[in-house]
Write a protein that binds this ligand. Structure first.
Ligand code: TYM
Length: 378
């Protein structure tokens, strides 16, 4: 049983019933399983929610056009979650400043990213879409979380290690980045964080600092911050680069031929797929360890068509047709997104983001008040 978002009249009796809701509710929508638990315990959990509707929060950096990895690993799951959660989606422009940028670069990219997200199906009547720097509470809460984050745990973050090796100038912000990400999440009393696999460690860090903050500042058995859960998709949680299939597809990697952008033309998609790196043994088999290139193609095709990678592998005896079919599936996937994107107007999207920030602030301000009260300064 899937319930649409604002259906408290159907949800409330279920959530408060003494018998657990029937199997289907659990099986089809684990979000409600989560809500059920939340609503029926003598919860320690503070709440800023509509009754029984879990909140999803996630973010994307405005650093160039989103790619297929962003789409399959994150964005399309945000779109899907709109039917079962209160979705709050953030373009994290302050995070993007943790490496040097040209003036104006992030402003432009923020607007472009907003268009991409709307074109992908983020529906502003159902979800909140906003820009991080327009809600000041993010940076204030980040400070409080830095105060309970250990230097040692930040130093262990693999993204920091990777980025600090590849950047000439390593800012302090790059180091404390996960604390700002944790603040983004807990500022909205978030239940679930839908992200790709590369964000796993940052969400685990978020949970650690949330627990530590609650232990330090919670009183009378009540938590100050809601503990979020990681939500990684079962398929395509880590889409790999087409040219370097041992690396994840990435905006920052210097591999334009290995990265399918959501704005790529049909010819570009076809060319990138045709040239995708495979191997020499000529066998179509799903085996990411020994056959990363072919497995990545099967993953992409499977994620787009909804078919299992092992079944797909049985359909092909040669790499050429697998590449051609994957290209065709991607072209079909991108066509309506690109069409919607072309219809979006800068002024209208800017206004939507302003309205989104107002909606976000209405949640963030009281949560920040709660944090200030707990920290107890003069
Ligand atoms: P970012 O901008 O790098 O990526 C946005 C989302 O896309 C996912 N992703 C991928 N998924 C599958 N395969 C890939 N190759 C791939 N590349 C990227 C990411 O996992 C992510 O979900 N630190 C975050 C932004 C952030 C955030 C947050 C996320 C800031 N605050 C709070 C969640 C909650 C980042 O740099 O994502």
């Amino acid at each position: 049983m899937i319930l649409a978002r604002w259906e408290p009249e159907r949800l409330t009796p279920l959530l408060h019933s003494t018998n657990p809701p029937s199997g289907n509710l659990y099986v089809k929508s684990e979000h409600y399983h989560l809500s059920y638990g939340v609503m029926n315990t003598d919860t320690r959990r503070p709440d800023s929610h509509q009754v029984g509707v879990p909140r999803a929060f996630s973010g994307i950096q405005p650093t160039g056009t989103p790619h297929l990895g962003n789409y399959l690993g994150a964005i399309r799951n945000w779109v899907e979650l709109q039917t079962s959660t209160d979705g709050v989606y953030c373009i994290v422009d302050l995070h993007a400043l943790s490496v040097p940028r040209e003036p104006g670069e992030i402003r432009r990219a923020t607007l472009e990213t907003a268009k991409d997200l709307i074109a992908c199906g983020i529906d502003l009547d159902r979800s909140t879409l906003f820009v991080q720097s327009q809600v000041r509470e993010h940076t204030e809460l980040a400070w409080h979380l830095q105060c309970v984050a250990a230097f040692g745990e930040l130093r262990r973050m693999t993204q920091f290690k990777d980025k600090s090796e590849s950047n000439e100038f390593v800012s302090t912000a790059l180091f404390t980045y996960p604390a700002l990400q944790a603040a983004d999440i807990v500022l909205y009393d978030t239940d679930i964080v839908p992200v790709g696999d590369d964000q796993r460690q940052h969400i685990e860090f978020t949970r650690d600092v949330t627990g530590r903050f609650n232990a330090r500042f919670g009183t009378d058995g009540t938590d100050v911050l809601v503990m979020p859960e990681l939500r990684i998709p079962p398929v395509a949680a880590r889409v790999m680069d087409l040219q370097h299939p041992e690396n994840k597809m990435s905006k920052s990697a210097d591999s334009p031929q290995g990265t399918v952008l959501l704005t790529d033309s049909e010819a570009e998609v076809a060319k990138k797929l045709k040239r995708a790196v495979t191997d020499n043994d000529g066998e179509v088999r799903f085996d990411p360890e020994t056959k990363p290139g072919v497995s990545n193609l099967l993953t992409i095709l499977g994620a787009v068509t909804g078919r299992q990678t092992v079944d797909l592998a049985d359909d092909y005896t040669q790499y050429g047709p697998l590449k051609a079919d994957t290209a065709e599936a991607l072209i079909e996937l991108l066509r309506p997104i690109q069409k919607r994107r072309d219809e979006l107007d800068d002024g209208a999207v800017t206004a939507m983001l302003t309205a989104g920030a107002d909606k976000a602030r209405a949640v963030a301000e009281p949560v920040m008040e709660r944090v200030r009260a707990a920290v107890d300064l003069l």
